[in-house]
Design a protein around this ligand. Structure first.
Ligand SMILES: [Zn+2]
Length: 572
């Protein structure tokens, strides 16, 4: 009886003439050129939002049905709207630190690099460490690593330690090497290399991969206040670039706790899909405690272990099947198979995702082997999640024989288009023409049936969504250059490039039902752009920028003063 009364009362309430109170949108975005990434309704002019979700997608006319007096109306003035962009491979604290510390990005020559470092050294207190990152020697003449001798000239007494843009190498001066106790007798640590002079055997200052920590561990740790500042600066920078979600490619549990605290305090609006490093204590804790999924209103997830399996191509640390074409080394692996395999089996049983940094063709082949073995060892009925959506981060140089294995095993390649256009200046010499056939093979992987997630690897790269989108569709550097043997057929269509940073990125995070397209019922994440990236000439794409970032229906960034329509028209 009571149930019947309740039921009829509910029915009554729903027909009461409260004018569209439940229907009326919180915000209506109209006059847009909307690309929805929803095949059943690919284009629209207006999107309406209520309680953080999309409640309407359609024309300027039809959207009026969900407007009321309290609805906020946002005139997009013709600007382009895409589903909120996701960067599938990002290092949030690194992005923040890049903004806060000595940023050597864009140092155009050795002299320029040294001048920037010297300016910082001149301000340092006696004995204070001078640290920074972001330099890359690829465009210098000649393109050789800086040395301790170069740094000693500008900093004879302050220790200096400066990371290469890719994070896989750093240069130290003599004062820093001395503090770390590194000399000609120091042996390479596992998974790293101390570059030494061929004649004297003395270290030249460059430390690759795991060797970096020999010096880094002596640098006074950032205070927790510094790290918090880096997170908040990184978040703000990301939102301004147009990212609604970043997939953080590695962290520790103290960082996880910090993110949670900042979400609780309402200081982070950006969505973070976070991985913790493994094998080791962070991965063990995730396997023990289980994942955190969609916390803080779908903003924070921790369900992934990140393995760093080899180095990078630029520093010749990527593990190759055959030696480098321009140097007598084949790179190296940074983790032991014997430690990875038991962790993979456990991850399948516990429903934990795994993503592995693999750049060289040897690293890629071995991780595919290890994934394959684990998937056999732990069949579907013994897994917490049948389709674990494991990923390979970068998947950069792949033996053509291994390319079909990704889709066959259901492995997601998580790739960074900008790496291809940064590397194309040195990769042919380093790899030879033959190996370029399976390098940065986006289109081949997509055609083989893979979902390819797109990312920037910022701060390794700039982290600009439009540079990534351009690199994916143009496969040329920012000046329009493309080298011999650079396989233009591996460029992707604009439709697929957009998916790499929206729907496919969502899939790679088990989020395709909640985000990745502009559809009724999904989370209201939108990126508003200054130009129509689906139509403008290729060369104009990198000049396109973010006008507005909307996360959960809230405008979290608004470029503001410039009128979107005018900006789009002038193509700035
Ligand atoms: Zn990375």
């Amino acid at each position: 009886m009571r149930n019947i009364i309740l039921a009829s009362l509910c029915g009554l309430i729903s027909i009461l003439p409260v004018p569209n109170q439940s229907q009326s949108a919180d915000t209506v975005f109209y006059n847009g050129t909307v690309y929805t990434v929803n095949p059943s309704q690919p284009n629209a002019q207006a999107v309406a939002v209520k309680d953080g979700r999309i409640v309407f997608v359609g024309s300027n006319e039809a959207v009026k049905a969900v407007e009321s007096k309290t609805t906020r109306l946002v005139d997009l003035k013709g600007a382009t709207v895409v589903p909120g962009l996701t960067d599938s491979h990002y290092h949030l604290i690194g992005v923040g630190e890049r903004e806060l510390t000595l940023n050597l990005e864009g140092a155009a020559s050795l002299d320029d690099f040294l001048a920037r470092v010297k300016a910082r050294v001149d301000q340092a207190r006696p004995g204070e460490w001078v640290t920074g990152r972001g330099w890359i020697e690829t465009f210098w003449k000649p393109p050789v690593f800086p040395t301790r001798a170069d740094l000693d000239k500008i900093s004879p007494s302050n220790p200096v330690f400066l990371g290469r843009a890719d994070g896989h190498g750093a240069v130290a001066n003599s004062a820093a090497l001395k503090i770390a106790g590194i000399d000609k007798n120091t042996r390479d640590p596992f998974g790293g290399q101390i570059l030494k002079d061929k004649n004297t055997g003395e270290p030249v200052g460059m430390l690759l991969d795991n060797a970096q920590s020999l010096v880094a561990k002596h640098i006074p740790a950032d205070s927790s206040a510094d790290i918090e500042k880096a997170v908040l600066v990184g978040v703000q920078h990301s939102i301004q670039l147009g990212w609604c979600e970043i997939q953080n490619a590695g962290s520790t549990y103290p960082e996880v706790e910090l993110y949670k605290k900042l979400y609780e305090q309402g200081k982070i609006k950006l969505r973070i899909y976070n991985a913790v490093y493994g094998p080791g204590p962070n991965a063990d804790r995730l396997l023990r405690e289980g994942p955190t999924i969609d916390a803080f209103d779908h903003r924070f997830t921790v369900r992934t272990i990140k393995i760093v399996f080899d180095g990078a191509l630029g520093s010749r640390g990527a593990a190759l099947l055959e030696p480098y074409s321009d140097y007598n080394t084949s790179g190296f692996l940074r983790e032991k198979e014997s430690e990875i395999s038991p962790m993979l089996d456990k991850a399948l049983r516990q429903g934990i995702q795994v993503e592995t940094h693999a750049i060289g063709d040897r690293a890629n082949r071995i991780i595919l082997d290890l994934y394959e073995r684990a998937l056999k060892d732990v069949p579907g009925d013994q897994r917490k999640i049948g389709d674990p959506r494991w990923r390979v981060e970068h998947a950069q140089i792949i033996s053509p024989a291994d390319l079909p294995r990704f889709s066959a095993l259901g492995i997601i390649p998580s790739m960074q288009p900008s790496h291809a256009i940064s590397d194309l200046h040195f990769a042919p010499a380093r790899l030879g023409m033959e190996r370029l056939k399976g390098a940065y093979a986006w289109e081949t992987l997509i055609r083989s049936g893979c979902i390819v997630a797109g990312g920037s690897d910022a701060p390794v790269e700039r982290g600009e969504p439009m540079i990534e989108f351009y690199a994916a569709v143009a496969r040329k550097d920012l000046k329009g250059y493309t080298g011999e043997g650079w396989h233009p057929e591996e460029a992707v269509s604009r439709e697929d490039a957009l998916k790499m940073f929206t729907l496919w990125a969502a899939y790679a995070a088990f989020q395709e039902k909640e985000k990745g397209s502009i559809e009724v019922g999904k989370l209201a994440d939108l990126t508003v752009l200054s130009a129509d990236i689906m139509k403008i000439p290729e060369s104009e794409i990198p000049r396109t920028h973010c006008l507005m970032t909307v996360i959960g229906g809230e405008i979290v960034f608004d470029a503001g003063h410039s009128a979107p329509g005018q900006t789009a028209a002038s193509g700035t």
